[in-house]
Design a protein around this ligand. Structure first.
Ligand SMILES: Nc1ncnc2c1ncn2[C@@H]1O[C@H](COP(=O)(O)OP(=O)(O)OP(=O)(O)O)[C@@H](O)[C@H]1O
Length: 308
């Protein structure tokens, strides 16, 4: 790879499935080497289609994609060697053991026996005890870990995780992230699709949001968070209220107990001072104010809503 090359470069990528469904509609993205990149979007946004094109499992309809500097059409073999994908679905041959599954996978990539990492990957995924157990006897979490190990047999510089923690319990999720973080710290570029927004917020340096097959945001995580337009404040006032005060400053206001108002306002339209002044104009004294920083969920919803 050239020094200036992106880990992944996607230009005008489109996919129309047989039957006419337009799953990707002109996606362009550039992911830097070493980045921890989050790909978010509602169900059906096109995330898996995008990943499956990169993995060589789905053919694109138009556009270009390069993996580690290798065009997926011109250099499919090198492109494939540069990426490891942990798929969403757990699919294994139930009669192979984890050890065999990793050996077979390494064989598919043409990795000579002495260079295989089977024992090391099993240990990293805490599967050494299960090395010789049939895959069908593994728990859901163990199967998930085996998928990560399978994606790493050829030591790819890029690891893609397609919703790896869906249905995975918290403890296991944390183990999985600890390992992925280790890989990332060692230089692996990580791309993660997830529905768990707090997970993306915690792990990813940069996040792209796709909706209806288009990129609606692609920014460093803090910038994206700052873009949330909805702000929430909870104001405690000095008297009991039996009705909610209406004001054009507020987008939404809810009574939380007798003296607490949860107010949502758009920070591009008003500031907190104006919101509080509006309450004071109604004759309400302000005892306390608590503000909540927007989380990714807020940003995500406001962007997806803006996009229609
Ligand atoms: N093989 C296929 N044939 C026809 N349509 C498909 C096929 N695979 C996906 N689609 C459609 O393309 C759109 C994008 O699907 P995709 O699986 O890429 O979305 P996603 O963002 O990964 O969603 P999810 O989070 O639910 O996995 C959806 O409308 C889906 O129904």
């Amino acid at each position: 790879m050239n020094n200036d090359a992106a880990a992944i470069r996607i230009e005008g990528l489109g996919k129309t499935y047989a039957g006419g469904k337009r799953a990707l509609d002109g996606i362009s993205l550039s992911i830097r080497p070493g980045e921890f990149f989050g790909l978010l979007g509602p169900n059906g946004a096109g995330k898996s289609t995008l990943i499956n094109i990169l993995a060589g499992l789905v053919t694109k309809s138009e556009g270009q994609a390069e993996i580690w500097g290798f065009d997926i059409d011109k250099h499919p073999r090198n492109a494939k060697l540069s990426i490891g994908v942990v798929p969403q679905e757990i699919l294994f041959d139930p009669f192979f053991t984890p050890s065999e599954a990793l050996e077979i996978q390494a064989g598919l990539y043409g990795i000579p026996k002495p260079q295989r990492r089977t024992a090391e990957l099993l240990a990293a995924m805490r599967l050494t005890d299960k090395a010789n157990a049939y895959a069908r006897t593994l728990s859901g979490g163990m199967k998930r870990r085996l998928l990560v190990a399978k994606a790493m047999v050829h030591s790819p510089p890029i690891l893609v995780l397609d919703e790896p923690t869906a249905g995975v319990d918290i403890e296991l999720r944390q183990q999985l992230w600890a390992y992925v973080r280790e890989l990332h710290a060692a230089g692996t570029t990580v791309i993660l699709t997830t529905h768990y927004l707090e997970e993306a917020e915690e792990l990813c340096d940069r996040i792209a949001i796709i909706n209806h097959g288009k990129v609606v945001a692609d920014e460093p995580t803090p910038t994206l968070l700052a873009r949330a337009q909805e702000k929430n404040v909870v104001v405690t006032i000095d008297r009991d209220l039996d009705a909610v005060p209406e004001n054009i400053c507020f987008d939404k206001v809810e009574l939380k107990g007798e003296r607490r108002l949860a107010i949502t306002y758009r920070k591009d339209k008003v500031n907190a001072g104006e919101v509080l002044a509006a309450l004071q104009r109604d004759g309400l004294g302000i005892v306390d104010v608590v503000t909540k920083e927007p989380d990714l969920e807020d940003v995500f919803l406001s962007l997806v809503r803006a996009d229609g």
